[in-house]
Design a protein around this ligand. Structure first.
Ligand code: ADP
Ligand code: MG
Length: 233
């Protein structure tokens, strides 16, 4: 099968949170990102960045319109197939990292491979490569996630997101807990690993000063037709 040229295509996407019946959180006529691109999504707090990333990851489902990820219409997959699709093709780094605190570092990473049906024998060497690239010492493998510093947790979260060599890496405000020096290093590492693995990177932040580091930028406030004014009929 030929790989589609676009990693993500949105067509007439509208999303409304249940209960929030007055407005669409998102209303985007058309938008796409090519495979392998590195995209920065800027938008003020509340502009819908997390909503959009959760839709692309198939965690939320569009109210109207269509989302194609790697040529697959997400709404046509059953919830179980959608979870499998995400585990296999999409890596996610959240603002709070969402590591499982009582599990060891390596078990956090292994769990992601398990959900993607990957053979566990491949996980340790791949984790070792990622940890080396992320400048994390191997001695951390056995430590509980809760014992790590914020900077270490963040790097483990990247290792977990990349362990299955996903086609798409989604990062939602991943640098907000970091100081300037760690933020710069983090973004450089993310870009380097994305280039190496030919991963499409979708990085969202309210901080517009990060934009110049990325090949492409969009402003969600401009892309999103909604606003507080567009009411759902
Ligand atoms: P951002 O990530 O850019 O800060 P969000 O996607 O979190 O923006 O939020 C977009 C809009 O959707 C906001 O108005 C927010 O209040 C609303 N919203 C976000 N999550 C929920 C939810 N679980 N239930 C209802 N409304 C939500
Ligand atoms: Mg958000």
């Amino acid at each position: 099968m030929l790989a589609p040229a676009q990693a993500v295509i949105l067509r007439n996407l509208q999303f409304q949170y249940p209960g929030k019946s007055a407005v669409y959180a998102l209303d985007i006529p058309f938008w796409s990102i090519a495979q392998g691109d590195h995209l920065f999504i800027q938008g003020a707090s509340g502009s819908g960045k997390s909503t959009l990333l959760n839709l692309i990851a198939g965690i939320l489902i569009a109210t109207h319109g269509k989302i194609e990820v790697l040529g697959q219409d997400l709404a046509r997959l059953s919830p179980a197939k959608r979870d499998r699709f995400r585990a296999q093709h999409i890596g996610v780094v959240f603002q709070q990292f969402n590591l499982i605190h009582y599990l060891s570092v390596i078990d956090n990473v292994r769990l992601a491979a398990y959900f993607a049906n990957k053979s566990l024998t491949q996980v340790t060497p791949q984790a070792e490569r990622l940890f080396a690239a992320l400048n994390l010492d191997k001695s951390l493998f056995a430590q509980k996630a809760e014992q790590l510093s914020v900077g270490q947790q963040q790097r483990v979260a990247i290792a977990r997101a990349l362990i299955n060599q996903p086609k798409i890496l989604i990062a939602d405000e991943p640098t907000s807990a970091l100081d300037q020096a760690n933020r710069d290093r983090f973004i450089e590492t993310l870009l380097m690993l994305s280039r190496e693995q030919q991963t499409t990177l979708i990085f969202a932040s309210h901080d517009s000063t990060l934009a110049p580091r990325f090949q492409h930028h969009i402003n969600l406030t401009e892309l999103n037709r909604n606003g507080e004014t567009q009411h759902v009929s």
